[in-house]
Design a protein around this ligand. Structure first.
Ligand code: ARG
Length: 283
C-alpha cells in the first residue's frame, strides 16, 4: 500500500507537470482581451457585438469568438480590417445582445458582405484598420441590449475618457474573459503616441492619422488586449475608435492603438451611401 501510493502520486505529479508545461503552447496564436477593467452588462454597451468565426478547412468546428465589432445601423457592423482579412462572409456569425463569449444566447445573424478598407496597411502597419460587415437579417434594434451607436465626427481631445469593451484576454498572453468587460482609459494625442512608439521594434510602427491612441502613460495597467480587436472605443457616447493594435497590452510605455473613426468617416460614409444606393436599385 504505502509503496503503491507514492508511485501513483508521482505519476500524477508527472502528468500535472506535463499539463502545466504544455499551457504556454495553447496561447498561440495570441488572443488579447480587456486588461484592468471591470465586469459590465451588454445593456450598458448595447452596440457591442461578438464576431464568431468558423475555420473553412475544419467545417466541423464550432464558430468561436475572435473579435469584437459595433452596431452602426440595423444591418451594418464596423470592425477591424485585420479581423476579417482573407475570410469570406460564410465563415462568420455575428452575435448581438449577449454578455458571454461562448454562449448561444442573444441574437445570431449572418454576414452577407465584407467591405474592407482598400488602403489597409497602405502607409504604415495597421494603417486604415477598418471594415464594414453587412448583416443578414437585420438586427432587432427595438431591444434594450441591442442598439446602434452614432459615429463620432471629431477626433476626441487628449485626456478625454474613453470606454473600451470586449471579451479579450485579461493579461498579455493570458486567457479570454467569459463575461463582457469594459475599461475606462484616457485618450493620448497622436503626436505623443507616435513619439512613444519611436523606440518600439526599431520604429517599425508609426501612428498615422487613421489611428487614435488611449492609455495611462507612465502607469499602464488598463488597455484592450487580444480578442478585443474590432470592438468599440467610445467617447461621449459616440464611437471614436475600433480596437486595432498595441505593444503587448497595458504597458506603461505604450498606449493601445485604435482605428480613428472620425478621421475614417469619409470612407465609412461613402461606403454606407453606396450600400444604400445599391439597395434602392434592387428594391
Ligand atoms: N490585435 C489585437 C486583437 O486582434 C488587439 C490588440 C490591442 N492591443 C492593445 N494593447 N490595445 O484582438
Amino acid at each position: 500500500m504505502s509503496r503503491v501510493l507514492p508511485c501513483v502520486s508521482l505519476g500524477l505529479l508527472v502528468l500535472l507537470a506535463l499539463e502545466v508545461s504544455s499551457l504556454p503552447l495553447q496561447d498561440e496564436p495570441i488572443d488579447p482581451r480587456i486588461v484592468g477593467g471591470y465586469e459590465t452588462d451588454v445593456a450598458l454597451c448595447p452596440y457591442q457585438l461578438s464576431l464568431r468565426r468558423k475555420a473553412i478547412t475544419a467545417p466541423q468546428n464550432a464558430f468561436s469568438h475572435v473579435c469584437g465589432a459595433s452596431i452602426i445601423a440595423e444591418d451594418i457592423a464596423i470592425t477591424a480590417a485585420h479581423c476579417i482579412s482573407a475570410t469570406v462572409p460564410s465563415q462568420w456569425k455575428v452575435v448581438a445582445g449577449t454578455n458571454y463569449r461562448n454562449e448561444t444566447d442573444g441574437v445570431i445573424v449572418s454576414v452577407s458582405q465584407i467591405i474592407m478598407h482598400e488602403q489597409y496597411y497602405k502607409e504604415a502597419r495597421y494603417d486604415n484598420d477598418v471594415a464594414l460587415l453587412v448583416l443578414n437579417p437585420s438586427l432587432p434594434l427595438n431591444n434594450h441590449n441591442i442598439k446602434a451607436i452614432p459615429l463620432a465626427s471629431e477626433p476626441p481631445l487628449a485626456g478625454a475618457m474613453s470606454k473600451i469593451s470586449g471579451w479579450g484576454t485579461t493579461t498579455y498572453r493570458g486567457s479570454s474573459s467569459y463575461v463582457l468587460l469594459a475599461v475606462d482609459v484616457p485618450i493620448v494625442s497622436n503626436e505623443v503616441c507616435d513619439a512613444d512608439y519611436e523606440d518600439y521594434e526599431d520604429g517599425l510602427f508609426n501612428i498615422t492619422s487613421s489611428m487614435l491612441c488611449a492609455g495611462v502613460r507612465g502607469v499602464g495597467g488598463k488597455d484592450a488586449c487580444q480578442g478585443d480587436s474590432g470592438g468599440p472605443l467610445v467617447v461621449n457616447r459616440q464611437l471614436a475608435g475600433v480596437v486595432s493594435w498595441g505593444a503587448e497590452c497595458a504597458l506603461a510605455e505604450y498606449p493601445g492603438v485604435y482605428a480613428n473613426v472620425p478621421n475614417l468617416r469619409p470612407w465609412i460614409d461613402a461606403k454606407l451611401a453606396e450600400i444604400t444606393l445599391l439597395r434602392k436599385k434592387l428594391n
